[in-house]
Design a protein around this ligand. Structure first.
Ligand SMILES: Cc1ncc(COP(=O)(O)O)c(C=O)c1O
Length: 405
């Protein structure tokens, strides 16, 4: 057994043995979509097979108890009750459903950050265009990351209807101080929406500590679930207010009279009727797997690997590591001299290394502040090894030298 923090010890080997994708690739794109472990693959495959053999509706009925258990497992993962979990298609749908629950009027204010996720920023701007909502972004701290005191000042505006924060943005390794923002929101009595898409599976989540009204996430990233499924936590406070999405379907409400409907109890009112049940079961398996491996511990390992990548990249001539903030996670971004990041990604892929590119349009404010058009994004997870991180950095080093020659 190796004692090095991130070497190939027995535990790492066991995680890798359960991850078929590890065999053929050096997968450092967990912020894009992580590799699914065997129990997740089995849950999805088994249900698909059952749908094919038995019928889609019939297979869903047969799986009813296992589907109900998905809510228990996701709830445990975030410190909530099962009735406060809605299963939705992805993090974007989760966010949109929550956002649409607010009856915004012209002049109402949404307070957000300079680093919120691109699609969320577009949704705020769409609300501004259609409804005349003012979108106000809180100032950052000198070291990066939003200043909770700036949020306090802006959210104290009596027209502030919502504070919305992406915990970990897609375009850098920043971790926003979501707990401190939660304290501010609670003290002002302002609703609080968190996008936890890149946080779930790499950072422990307890919605009670976050004091949020809503928290949305997706399965496929650090949680290691399948693509095409996510969830939304809806607080008791939001349910008691009678919050519901603007456009409900027959799962979210019952049509009781020609001109009347009755809301479903609990967070289910935020769901749509049609589900990929195979993916729902895959989400449950991923949540159970994450609970078993222990998010706090494996998240630390992922962040240690990321820090190693940052230090080694920074030592390469001309490479600029772009991640800011007091607290940084398992997403590493870097600018490579003379390269468009998309080109680097495809050259690394040819060598069996999966990474991703972040481009200006994914984080206009952040990228303009940093003066970059694109960045290579390397996102290790706990099943990766130091050798994999080092191999990736070595390959990046060769590309840097190639362009410099
Ligand atoms: C911070 C953040 N929020 C939301 C999303 C959207 O997730 P989905 O594609 O599951 O809707 C992403 C995707 O990269 C993300 O990084």
């Amino acid at each position: 057994m190796q004692s090095a923090e991130c070497g190939m010890d027995k535990q790492t080997q066991a995680w890798r043995d359960e991850t078929p994708g590890c065999r053929g690739r050096n997968h450092l794109n967990n912020a894009g979509a992580s590799l699914m472990p065997q129990p997740v693959i089995a849950a999805v495959e088994e249900h698909l097979r059952r749908e094919a053999e038995y019928g889609g509706y019939e297979a869903a009925e047969e799986a009813e108890k296992r589907v109900a258990a998905v809510y228990d497992d996701v709830a445990r993962l975030v410190g909530a009750c099962p009735a406060n979990i809605a299963v939705v298609e992805n993090a974007t749908v989760a966010f949109a459903q929550a956002l649409s629950a607010f009856d915004f009027r012209p002049g109402d204010v949404i307070v957000t950050t300079r680093n919120d996720y691109v699609s969320n920023q577009i949704m705020y701007l769409s609300l501004a265009r259609r409804l005349g909502v003012a979108v106000v972004r809180a100032a950052d701290l000198p070291e990066g990351g939003v200043d909770p005191e700036s949020i306090r000042r802006l959210a104290a505006n009596p027209r502030c209807r919502l504070v919305a924060v992406s915990w970990v943005p897609t375009n850098s390794g920043l971790v926003q101080p979501v707990e401190a923002v939660g304290e501010v929101c609670e003290s002002l009595g302002v609703p609080y929406l968190i996008d936890a898409c890149q946080a779930v599976g790499q950072l422990p989540i307890d919605v009670r500590r976050l004091r949020c009204d809503y928290l949305g996430a997706t399965a496929r990233k650090f949680l290691r679930g399948p693509r095409g499924i996510g969830f939304l936590y809806v607080s008791e406070r939001a349910l008691a207010r009678g919050d519901h999405p603007l456009l409900l379907d027959m799962r979210g409400a019952d049509w009781t009279e020609a001109d009347a409907f009755r809301l479903a109890d609990g967070a289910r009112r935020f769901e749509n009727w049609e589900f990929s049940y195979a993916c729902v079961l895959g989400l449950g398996a991923a949540a159970r797997y994450a609970l078993e491996v222990g998010v706090a511990e494996v998240g630390r390992r992922a962040r240690t690997l990321a820090e190693r990548a940052r230090q080694r990249l920074a030592a390469l001539s001309g490479v600029r590591v772009l991640d800011r903030g007091a607290d940084r996670c398992a997403i590493v971004t870097a600018q490579l001299p003379g390269w468009d990041a998309n080109e680097v990604v495809s050259r690394l892929r040819q060598r069996g290394i999966n990474t991703n590119a972040s481009v200006r349009a994914y984080g206009v404010i952040d990228f303009d502040d940093k003066g970059v058009q694109s960045a290579l994004r390397i996102s290790p997870h706990y099943y990766n090894t130091t050798d994999e991180v080092d191999a990736c950095v070595a390959a990046v080093g060769e590309l840097v030298r190639e362009r410099a020659a």
